[in-house]
Design a protein around this ligand. Sequence first.
Ligand code: GTP
Ligand code: MG
Length: 635
Amino acid sequence: MTAAPSFVIGTAGHIDHGKSALVQALTGIDPDRLEEEKRRGMTIDLGFAHLDLPSGRRVGIVDVPGHERLIKNMLAGAGGLDMVLLVVAADEGVMPQTREHLDILRFLRLRQGIVVLTKIDLVSDPDWTALVEEDVRRLAAGTFLEGAPTVHVSARTGEGLDRLVAEVNRRLDGLDARPVDGPVRLPIDRVFTMTGFGTIVTGTLWSGRIRTGEVLEVLPLQAQVRVRQVQRHGERAEEVTAGSRTALNLVGIAREALERGMVLATPATFQPATLLDARVRTLPSAPPLPHLARLRFYLGTAEVLCRMALLDRDRLRPGEDAPVQLRLERPIVAVRGDAFVLRRYSPLLTVGGGEVIAVNPPRRRRGAAAAATVAALAEAKVGELVQAAIAERGLGGTALEALQLLVSQRREQVGEEVARLVQEGRVLQIQDRLFDAGVVERATVRMMEILQEVHRQVPWRLGLPREELKTRTFPGGDDRLVAMTLERLIDAGTVCITRGLVSLRAHHPTYTPEESTLRQAILRAVREGRFGPPALDEVEQRLGGEPATSRMVQSLQEAGELVEVAPGIVFAADVLEEITRLVLTRIESAGEITVAQLRDLLATSRKFALALLEYFDGIHLTRRVGDRRLLAKPL
Ligand SMILES: Nc1nc2c(ncn2[C@@H]2O[C@H](COP(=O)(O)OP(=O)(O)OP(=O)(O)O)[C@@H](O)[C@H]2O)c(=O)[nH]1
Ligand SMILES: [Mg+2]
């Protein structure tokens, strides 16, 4: 069963035009809840109510202040609206904050509204009313309110209220529901404590659903909290869904830690941001803005100071549209596609607004290139963004969850795009990690080049240890990626791994005549010692102690002709094979062998016998039980 989607309606309009009186007349709830509001007869902060429609549906109402100095509070309420009642007092007509509120709602991309001419009881001259209506029509032209119904209302006499309610009811059906299946995102607009409950926060749930008992994250604090109780329109509920006015009783956080502007969210989904790529448009009435103008930035219920870096011009003129980077003074939660409003710092004045294009992008150098990048990003499709984000992570790859943070789109949508990219071969998925196929391809080519280079420069070496190869070709690379790349190259017959060394299959070590002579001499010296070979450094000294000698010792080991059974103790491979056979024969007949027995058998010293048996343990030929060695695996 899917319940009807929830919506929130807001008021807007000039001070004293009757917004709060209208809400009270409609709902019976006085939205002016503060003592100061009642005393001064004006709204100071947001007020909340709910309206039961004839269809049985209940909608949330947010009442905003009209005072020009309280626009910041109006903005905190305007962010979560689905529909507005633009209130214009019939006796006064369009006034400055009628315009400013409408400008703000346009920047916030509100789509639906009704014009309410209030105080209609105060106007008896129909010509005057027609004049006001004409003014409003001109104001609405070219905005989402163009063609919207205008309802004449009196909060005092009740005239027109029924028509208004019917109009609200009708208009709600045309609204798009907010994404219930998205992550939880609730910009907090109020925080208070209630005796017996502790911390309560309220807000409009922008997306997702919240259930009792759920754990959420407070951003930008990145603190975890538990939801002890959920309320919807002041009534206890098991669950609230997107578009609902919501109150939550939180456990695990002090009231003092919370404030308006913070966001409650699904944990590990949003990344607090201080840098945004954005497109900004200024109002025709705005002053020209210089590069790095200091502005107030409003998104959700947050207000934060910022500097606006102009990427492709020195000045943003009135009515212009430009790609910018916004450097915020405090982290906020923003998502690609979010709408925001910009106001001048002093004097306080709405100057523009825009849309977030990228969250936490690289800091851009001004110029045509940066502007073009941001413009291209603005046009990019989700798939392209996902691919760019994966490519940006390079050889380290990225997890799907991290992509949600990077791209901040609806969860399923990102998953679908990833699946498509994997299928098209543009993204590689290894277990739960994602890599850009192009990046991997380039790294693979580079790996072959490095092997070629090493083979050419050091022809005597069999290959490169895996770790060394990794740090040279996949710096910062994910181990799973390295393993998979090697596996592919081995399968293709291009590369092989011998005794832990990676080489091109076509490579065979070659030696200069001097190196060949040295190898022979080393091998002879070790083999002569038979079951009691000379120590490595002794051999090296005997042969002149040149660096070439130790290089050839290494090459003999790599080739498997010498085996180091313990540090400094090497046996010729054929001698070690002979010892292995003797040990096996002995265990077969006697069932076991001890260090002393091996020492006697080989007529050698205890040092060698012990080193050999430990070596055999190490390669899992034998296993130790007390003093004795048995076969690791029964024959
Ligand atoms: N006669 C008449 N007076 C009204 C009507 N609606 C509101 N008023 C009066 O107008 C004054 C302002 O009304 P409010 O509802 O507080 O105005 P507001 O738009 O909420 O004002 P702010 O919140 O401060 O922006 C009050 O004295 C109301 O009683 C109406 O329909 N008719
Ligand atoms: Mg009011």
